[in-house]
Design a protein around this ligand. Structure first.
Ligand code: FES
Length: 571
């Protein structure tokens, strides 16, 4: 191979003591001398962990990436980074997204890498890796782990969104513990992440619509052989990207972000999309605001029939033609010339896409739901914004005025929600405070708080719920999320009291607390908003530096990029 002056030659291309050190310890793995002839060195950033069950197949996946890298004449080197398992980490994996991104950024920059393959799966493992890689800006490609096969229970298809239904049925006495346990065993039948259009699938669609993965990446089920082929092809592609010096900044333009917002509306993606895309844009120095999510999704209806906004599962999306079919249908709205990792435009990449099942992917002319994407709400209760996902909400509640039933924090909610004497009815508005990024800290997915047991027993299935927290991508309901400024930052949410009237008007994009400005100011003056800052460690750093949800909840000093140059070279 003709030697190009790749970044890794600053390590392996050296002579003398330094070159000796850089190569000798690598050779202990059996890497021969000719592998250090100046060929591209490709890092495979792996989030495999037995504590992240959604990513438990990533060691095998990495082997398929390596095949492609070798095949294209590169040298693959796999390295682990902090893996964020959504189901096990406490208090919430979101608290550690920014920490993982720091790990990724520093690991990439500090090592002899020319290009990077990011192995992403469970919810936060995608944004954390992409954010970290953006702050280095090397040639980078994403390989998602793929969704798991659809779960089964009593002959019916199930997945994560059913968890909420099962839980409510159990609390209402309609599903006993034994049946709950049987359903638990049928939920996760294979490798892969959640099988609905939850946050993990949304993130996989996000990287595909941004152009960060090969076409088709999002929907191929984890156990399908096509996933292994895609991994191998991605290994091949990253070597080409390094040779052609195609960096993240060549792909992640403002137009690519606009495309991602529109595609996300078409598929009814998770509300977490907003916070993660804002954070990624912040790393790239792209001027993206929360209002852009409303602007660019306003004309896009729901054209994918996937839970939680619809009926089907990621496996069905794959069999119907995958995300390229959705993108092809949206082409007239998209910035068609954006380039993906394979060097082709959006339009070229979906040219041959074909829909095989119109029950799963429909046309713009005949959508499953005219309203999709996110509505960004403004008003005296959320001066910097809040979001609602209309496709997951109940139409009769989209314009609603009700009396607030206030929970000061999540413990207060848990203690009182099922109390027989809780003063609540189906017209009430449930308000949960202190679950924002700084206040909780970490912004947990509790915004779709369960309804009071006594109302469930009456058959109530939805109520307006408002909080400064997030909601699982698999959740649904008329749920106002990401209220900003959050309670801990002195937001108006913090002064809402039981019995205050609140109006949600999704059509007018407003969220209004029926109090005068003077009354709000007076209550704020008398309110103690001081939060307990942890004494030490990462959580202290997080609380001191995390930005509001409307900015992506990144740490202020992590926004932007430091590039790939190593600041000091001690050798
Ligand atoms: Fe990992 Fe849902 S728990 S994707």
């Amino acid at each position: 191979m003709k030697e190009q002056n790749f970044r890794s030659s600053g390590w392996f291309g050296r002579t003398g003591k330094d070159g000796f050190i850089y190569r000798a310890w690598m050779k202990k793995s059996g890497i021969p001398e000719h592998a250090f002839d100046g060929r591209p060195v490709i890092g495979i950033c792996n989030t495999w962990s037995e504590l992240t069950p959604c990513n438990s197949h990533f060691r095998e996946l990495a082997e398929h990436v390596k095949r492609g890298v070798y095949e294209a004449g590169g040298l693959p080197v796999e390295f682990p980074v902090l893996s964020l398992g959504e189901t096990l980490m406490k208090p919430t994996a979101m608290l550690f997204r920014n920490l993982a991104s720091m790990d990724v950024e520093e690991a990439i920059r500090a090592n002899p890498l020319d290009g990077v393959v990011l192995l992403c799966g469970c919810d936060k493992t995608t944004p954390s890796l992409v954010m970290g890689a953006c702050s280095v800006n090397l040639p980078t490609i994403v390989v998602s782990g793929g969704p798991m096969l659809t779960g089964k229970h009593k002959g019916k298809s199930i997945s994560t969104s059913d968890l909420w239904r099962f839980s409510e049925a159990n609390r209402a006495g309609q599903m006993d513990d034994m049946e709950l346990s049987v359903a638990e065993a049928g939920m996760c039948r294979s490798d892969g992440h959640c099988a609905v259009m939850g946050t993990a699938s949304t993130m996989a669609c996000m990287v595909e619509s941004l152009g960060l993965s090969l076409p088709g990446n999002a929907a191929i089920p984890a156990p399908d052989a096509a996933r292994k082929v895609l991994a191998q092809m991605s290994g091949h592609e990253i070597v080409r990207m390094v040779k052609e010096d195609i960096k993240l900044s060549d792909i992640l333009t403002r137009a690519a972000f606009e495309n991602a917002i529109m595609v996300n509306a078409g598929i009814g993606g998770s509300t977490n999309f907003v916070i993660h895309l804002l954070a990624i844009a912040g790393r790239m120095g792209i001027d993206l605001s929360i209002d852009d999510f409303d602007t660019f999704s306003a004309n896009i209806p729901l054209i994918a029939n996937l839970q939680p906004s619809g009926d089907y599962f990621m496996e069905d999306l794959y069999y119907s033609g995958g995300l390229p079919v959705v993108i092809k249908e949206l082409l007239p709205y998209l910035n068609q010339n954006c380039i993906a990792v394979n060097g082709k435009s959006v339009a070229e990449n979906v040219k041959h896409a074909e829909c095989y099942d119109e029950n799963i992917i429909t046309t713009m002319a005949n959508p499953f739901n005219r309203s999709s994407g996110f509505i960004v709400l403004k008003g005296n209760l959320c001066e910097s914004g809040a979001i609602i996902k209309p496709s997951a909400a109940s139409a009769p509640l989209m314009k609603h005025t009700g009396k607030a039933v206030v929970f000061e924090n999540i413990d207060d909610y848990k203690k009182r929600i099922d109390a027989p004497d809780l003063d609540v009815d189906e017209n009430s508005v449930l308000v949960l405070k202190n679950v924002g990024p700084r206040g909780y800290p970490g912004m947990p997915e509790v915004g779709n708080m369960g309804l009071p047991a006594k109302l469930l027993a009456k058959g109530v299935t939805d109520m307006v719920r408002i909080s400064d927290g997030r909601m699982s991508g698999t959740g649904f309901g008329t749920v106002v999320l990401h209220v900003s400024p959050e309670t801990a930052d002195g937001g108006t949410l913090g002064v809402v009291q039981n019995g205050d009237l609140i109006t949600l008007d999704v059509y007018e994009r407003s969220l209004h607390l029926h109090l005068s400005n003077d009354e709000i100011a007076e209550r704020k003056k008398n309110r103690k908003t001081e939060i307990k800052i942890e004494a030490r460690g990462y959580v202290r750093l997080y609380q001191q530096h995390v930005q509001g949800a409307h900015l992506g909840a990144d740490l202020d000093f992590l926004r932007g990029s430091s590039g790939s140059k190593v600041a000091k070279d001690s050798h």
